[in-house]
Write a protein that binds this ligand. Structure first.
Ligand SMILES: NC(=O)c1ccc[n+]([C@@H]2O[C@H](COP(=O)([O-])OP(=O)(O)OC[C@H]3O[C@@H](n4cnc5c(N)ncnc54)[C@H](OP(=O)(O)O)[C@@H]3O)[C@@H](O)[C@H]2O)c1
Length: 318
């Protein structure tokens, strides 16, 4: 496997799995602003991923003579970092594969489990259904090949439930989809840890959900999957801490993007109102709020195995 070229820009690499949802987009944007080179993973929305990557800020270029980007976590650049002196870096051909090319490790059934949308050399959009055979391996190998070793994994990838599923009215397909996301999280962690061990540090942040601990009717499969992946993340924290790897969980309740109009059913609107009444802050967190929490955990080497609840203070009082 070859790494990035000698002219690769500085900045350790962050892989944001599930980078096309509102939270994943905010996380990718926040990490790029902190000096990371970001691989934005998508499943079905290549255009969203490509547009996001095209708009991400570039980290400052590597110093002359540098042969590889640092694998240590970055010192955050000043908020208004100047444009790289070598602006041609922005348009230089990526080391990534051609768009939509099948990669080694693709699903034998479809040959399409992983596709790559190179936009600019410093960041990358990579497509994969993480529940397909070989997809996690192909995804991480592609990121390593194009950008370098993964220093930070943020996993925000998760299939939504198309409709609530009461326990007494089971839907085996929906349950299998939720559990497959747990398996994908375990596989992602296992795949990035060896590189993090080698670097002597690494960060894993899992996007869980408050429904793992505070049930709402019909969300048992989702809550159980989030609880399972959260537990796996805490085990990772325990097992990898001596390698300088931290693993933490961000657990939002309801997240509302103030710029996005919502079309809630009466039941959803009622649940939303009841949640608001229980919240100390009286306002739902935004994707940018979630991203701030993720960045805080990424920049906190002494915090591991923790769950940061972003529920607006929901459980504080009656
Ligand atoms: N938004 C909330 O209110 C909220 C609250 C609590 C927890 N969360 C959790 O926070 C995370 C991000 O939320 P969000 O609202 O930004 O998510 P979202 O809009 O539902 O997007 C989910 C992401 O996961 C990807 N994905 C879905 N199934 C996948 C699969 N089989 N393989 C690979 N990728 C897959 C999607 O890719 P494509 O879009 O490209 O298909 C997308 O990037 C999720 O884990 C969610 O459960 C969200």
């Amino acid at each position: 496997m070859t790494g990035p070229t000698a002219h690769a820009p500085a900045g350790p690499v962050a892989l944001v799995a599930g980078g096309t949802g509102p939270i994943g987009r905010a996380v990718a944007t926040a990490l790029a602003a902190r000096g990371f080179r970001v691989a934005v993973h998508y499943r079905s929305r290549p255009d969203t991923a490509q547009a996001l990557v095209a708009g991400l800020p570039a980290p400052p270029p590597a110093s002359p003579g540098a042969s590889a980007p640092p694998t240590s976590l970055p010192t955050p650049p000043p908020p208004s970092a100047p444009e790289p002196a070598d602006a041609s870096l922005m348009t230089r051909p990526s080391t990534a594969q051609p768009s939509a090319a099948p990669l080694a490790g693709d699903s034998p059934e479809t040959g399409r489990s992983v596709t790559v949308q190179p936009v600019q050399p410093v960041h990358l959009a990579v497509g994969a259904d993480l529940t397909a055979p070989g997809a996690v391996e192909a995804l991480v190998a592609t990121v390593e090949e194009a950008l370098g070793p993964v220093a930070v994994l943020v996993n925000a990838a998760h299939p939504g439930l198309s409709a609530p599923v009461p326990m007494a009215d089971p839907d085996p397909g929906a349950l299998a989809g939720q559990l497959a996301a747990v398996a994908a999280h375990a596989a992602l962690c296992a795949r990035v840890v060896p590189g993090m061990r080698k670097a002597g540090n690494g960060r894993v942040v899992y996007l869980s959900g408050a429904l793992m601990a505070r049930p709402a009717p019909g969300f048992g499969y989702y809550g159980a999957a989030k609880a399972a992946a959260t537990t796996l993340t805490r085990y990772l924290a325990l097992e990898e801490g001596t390698h300088g790897i931290t693993a933490n969980i961000v657990a939002p309740g309801r997240v509302v993007d103030p710029g996005e109009p919502e079309d809630l059913t009466p039941e959803q609107a009622d649940l939303s109102e009841r949640l608001l009444q229980r919240m100390a802050l009286g306002v739902f967190p935004s994707p940018a709020d979630i991203a701030r929490a993720v960045v805080t955990l990424v920049e906190s080497p002494a915090v591991t195995g923790q769950t940061l609840w972003l529920t607006g203070g929901e459980p504080i009082g009656v």
